[in-house]
Design a protein around this ligand. Structure first.
Ligand code: IVH
Length: 698
């Protein structure tokens, strides 16, 4: 759709529009629409943002203001018209131009070989070409463009009738509101595709649900299809859906027009759609002549499924030539010229044997379902978190239930639902403990939290978990003091608390099986070295609730000694970057507790560094002084931790999330919700790795 020349022109045009207030309104409005559509295409279809979010926002506002001044110049395909308008009561039912059929499934090489034989018979030729593309696991949709404008978007429904969800579809920026189809001689076209949700977006969406006490959705497909049916388009907009279009089901040529030559094959048609700005798997599709090549590709691709940005549950193999497709026809259920090759199921059923209640480092009690071990997608699952009591109640799972378990992508396994139809009546309700399973203290639940909590600071499980965390790699990094050794030392009474790590009775350690002279000396050395760790690691290692690595760094840079926090209050803490009232309250609570102050005094006596000699330096020195950064997605030039160190060495700081305090978001591959959020915020500069390099290299 855009030649290199177009791209250069539009980029220059964008920069020009950003710098100048052009005089001619009619022209300016057209130019603004052009560059915004181009920016949307780069961002959503090509995944290569061209403009920073602030720039994009500026252009968008400019267009909006101009259109407000000259409403007669507003067109339905203007990017401003994606803006959500009002609520709808329910969705009207509409008929599809062509029934939306399903696909026949294959599961192995033999099935595919059989299908190939049938294809050759039906097509009456041995000269077949197969096009192979991912089978996206989302919600299927049909889009109709009339005279180049998106006129209708509908869900699949029962295949004949679907729900008209145009207002919601218009919120999905990957879907063009208009395209130059008329120039191609097409007056009407129906395109099929899938609404998908990026795995990262899905993951943060689920985290949010769990934090709100709701049960996480089992897979991105449910999230996509649920979102598509939301009544408020503004909500749909917030969810950051994406789309992939994979089939032209119908089109009408204008009188006297010749069919574009690309519309002779499936491959050609998707490349053609892509060139017109539509999100198709143009880059992912492959053409093969022999089924053996198709089979080899299916096996190869299955191995890569976890590395894809969207959930894919198989591949779709289609006869490439449209004339042959027509000859082969359809059944009432599926086309005969296409078949799905399904990857190994990531769902299985199993029996819920019992529920154990685990105590976390900060006392939260998590119900964990113990199920009869099942294989799902190459791993054996026997333990599944049920998150909290609200989730258990909402799903109504009971002990003895047969449960459906799913492992979507690299996401941790979930219990999707109990199969209530298999209940015998002997299933038992899951009873939540009133007392801590480790120390028997009475559990508490705060009003705004879903989790029950053990608040006994001396609860043995929490004590051990805290020590494990303190010694861990990202905290004090005491290499030889891993989780197993901490547990062992605790069990035999060698280690009781964090300061005890610095007073280990070495004579007793020497007597423990597996501890030779060498390992004792390694452990001694690692413990000794940890005394000089920077204050940020100590702050992280102390396990203060809501204080992760980044927050610990922010806290450390604000003081010259950890004990300064004894006199801080919530207001003072809230002035620090990225620290909100929740974190601030937790920090204040931690330092107010007598037992925590005692730990700190003991650590000082043992010679542990409590000081930060570089207080405030990050804010005042270096060329990135006062600038905040965040990295998202997979970086190809650096390890993320190295990139963060570069920023910090130059005086900048790393934030934990996207907020109004963030100056730069550096975007690697497969960036998800952070990028979406930053775009929405409109104040964050979005950088590619190259742009980041330019900044750090001055
Ligand atoms: S072709 C007549 N191609 O899978 C055209 N479908 O299980 C039939 N799907 O209903 C569809 N990726 O929602 C096709 N690349 C792809 C697809 C795909 C996902 C969905 C589609 C279909 C379902 C069948």
């Amino acid at each position: 759709m855009y030649t290199q020349q177009d791209e250069r022109r539009l980029y220059e045009q964008a920069k020009h529009l950003l710098q100048h207030d052009a005089a001619n309104t009619d022209d300016t409005i057209t130019q603004l629409r052009e560059v915004i559509n181009y920016a949307d295409w780069k961002y959503y279809v090509q995944n290569e943002p061209t403009l920073s979010d602030a720039e994009y926002d500026h252009l968008f506002k400019k267009l909006k203001h101009s259109e407000e001044k000259y409403p007669e110049l507003i067109t339905a395909d203007s990017p401003t018209q994606r803006v959500a308008q009002g609520l709808s009561e329910r969705f009207p039912t509409v008929s599809h131009l062509v029934p939306m059929l399903s696909l026949d499934n294959t599961y192995n090489a033999e099935d595919l070989t059989d299908w190939d034989k049938r294809c050759r018979q039906l097509a009456e030729t041995d000269n077949l070409e197969y096009c192979v593309e991912p089978k996206y696991d989302g919600a299927s949709i049909s889009l109709i463009y009339n005279n180049g404008n998106l006129s209708r978007g509908a869900t699949r429904g029962d295949g004949v009738m679907g729900e008209e969800v145009t207002a919601n579809i218009r919120q999905i920026k990957a879907i063009p509101l208009s395209a130059s189809l008329v120039k191609q001689g097409i007056t009407q076209i129906e395109i099929r595709g899938e609404i998908v949700i990026h795995k990262n977006v899905f993951e943060s969406f689920n985290k949010q649900r769990v934090a709100e006490g709701l049960s996480p959705l089992a897979n991105p497909r449910n999230a996509a299809s649920g979102t598509l049916r939301m009544l408020d388009p503004a909500e749909v907009k917030k969810r950051g859906l994406n789309a992939i279009l994979y089939h032209i089901s119908d089109y009408t040529l204008s009188a006297g027009s010749k069919r574009p030559k690309e519309l002779n094959t499936h491959y050609g048609s998707l490349q053609w759609l892509y060139s017109l700005g539509f999100p198709t798997p143009a880059k992912e599709m492959k053409v093969f002549k022999h089924i053996d090549e198709v089979i080899a590709y299916c096996h190869e691709f299955e191995g890569q499924r976890d590395s894809l940005a969207f959930e894919v549950d198989g591949l779709v193999i289609k006869v490439n030539d449209f004339a042959l497709q027509d000859r082969m026809g359809m059944t009432s259920h599926h086309p005969r010229w296409a078949v799905a090759y399904k990857f190994k199921a990531r769902q299985a059923t199993s029996k819920l044997l019992r529920v154990e209640f685990q105590v976390g480092r900060v006392g939260a009690i998590t119900p964990v379902a113990k199920i009869e071990p099942v294989h799902i997608g190459g791993v054996t699952v026997s333990s599944i978190s049920l998150f909290n009591e609200d989730v258990v109640r909402e799903k109504d799972v009971r002990i003895g239930d047969t449960v459906l378990v799913e492992r979507a992508g690299d996401v941790i396994p979930y219990i999707v639902k109990p199969l209530t139809e298999l209940r015998t009546g002997l299933e038992k309700e899951i009873k939540f403990p009133t007392h801590c399973p480790a120390c028997n203290s009475e559990l508490e639940k705060q009003q705004d939290e879903a989790a029950w909590r053990c608040i006994n600071i001396n609860c043995p499980v929490q004590v051990v978990e805290r020590m494990m965390h303190f010694a861990s790699k990202d905290a004090m990094d005491i290499r030889s003091l891993g989780a197993a050794n901490v547990q062992k030392f605790f069990d035999i009474g060698l280690l009781k608390d964090i300061p005890g790590i610095y007073h280990i009775d070495w004579d007793r350690v020497k007597g423990i099986e597996g501890f030779g002279e060498k390992s004792v000396s390694n452990l001694k050395q690692a413990i000794e070295q940890s005394k000089q760790q920077p204050l940020s690691r100590l702050l992280f290692g102390l396990g203060i609730r809501h204080v992760g690595e980044t927050t610990a760094k922010t806290l450390a840079s604000a003081v010259s000694d950890i004990r300064e926090f004894y006199d801080w209050d919530i207001e003072k803490l809230s002035t620090l970057q990225d620290i909100g009232p929740k974190v601030a309250t937790s920090v204040i609570d931690f330092f107010a507790r007598k037992e925590n102050r005692e730990i700190i005094e003991k650590l000082e006596k043992a010679g542990i560094n409590l000081a930060n000699e570089h207080k405030g330096e990050q804010q005042t020195n270096g060329e990135l002084a006062g600038k905040t950064f965040l990295f998202t997605g997979t970086l190809s030039h650096f390890k993320r931790s190295d990139a963060e160190t570069i920023v910090e060495e130059k005086g900048g700081s790393i934030l934990g999330g996207v907020s109004s305090k963030l100056n730069y978001l550096v975007v690697g591959e497969d960036a998800g919700s952070k990028l979406e959020k930053a775009k929405k915020l409109g104040t964050v500069n979005i950088l590619t790795e190259q742009e980041f390099l330019k900044i750090v290299e001055g």
